[in-house]
Design a protein. Structure first.
Length: 176
């Protein structure tokens, strides 16, 4: 389980409601429009039912989605299979999840705020190690968490160029 007091049972929501979180996040749609034809390897952290993962796979990218909710991953993989999309779903607790290999893009859409600060920092630090050189870390989270996440990233051994830092969003590119 996440190390937090989650106020909402997303697994129950996903078990009862199809496409429970609605349309993909617009700022991510705009970002991936720039990557058309590049066949990127993308990790969607906290993917739920695939709100973002599915549109990213439809754009031609390989997506690995990870979420604590078995119902969310079930819906993600069923939708991907129905459309013959290149998507892998993993049911895992983010506090113990260890990605395999590196990714061109790691996307975290409103997931980290569900973790207490210490596990949130550990998860972020671990994920930073799995972004390819010149790859991207895309974060949407509570506005109050962005400065703290920025400090974790600044303390990491890799270098990052900030492209977007607005209320609730942080987009970074790893530099060599």
């Amino acid at each position: 389980m996440y190390t937090c007091s989650m106020a909402y049972d997303y697994d129950k929501l996903y078990g009862e409601t199809r496409d429970a979180l609605g349309q993909p996040t617009a700022i991510f749609v705009d970002f991936f429009d720039r990557l058309k034809g590049q066949n990127c390897r993308v990790l969607d952290v906290g993917c739920g039912q695939g709100r973002d993962a599915l549109f990213i796979a439809r754009a031609g990218h390989h997506v690995t989605g990870v979420d604590l909710s078995a119902n969310g991953i079930r819906d993600l993989t069923a939708a991907a299979a129905a459309e013959n999309l290149d998507v892998q779903g993993i049911v895992a607790d983010l506090t113990g999840f260890q990605p395999h290999g590196t990714y061109d893009v790691i996307l975290i859409d409103r997931t980290l705020h569900m973790l207490d600060p210490e596990p949130r920092h550990r998860v972020m630090d671990r994920l930073l190690d799995h972004v390819d050189d010149n790859g991207w870390m895309l974060i949407a989270d509570e506005n109050a968490n962005i400065p703290d996440l920025s400090r974790v990233i600044a303390a990491h051994r890799t270098r990052w160029r900030t492209e977007v830092k607005t209320p609730g969003y942080l987009f970074l590119q790893r530099t060599a």
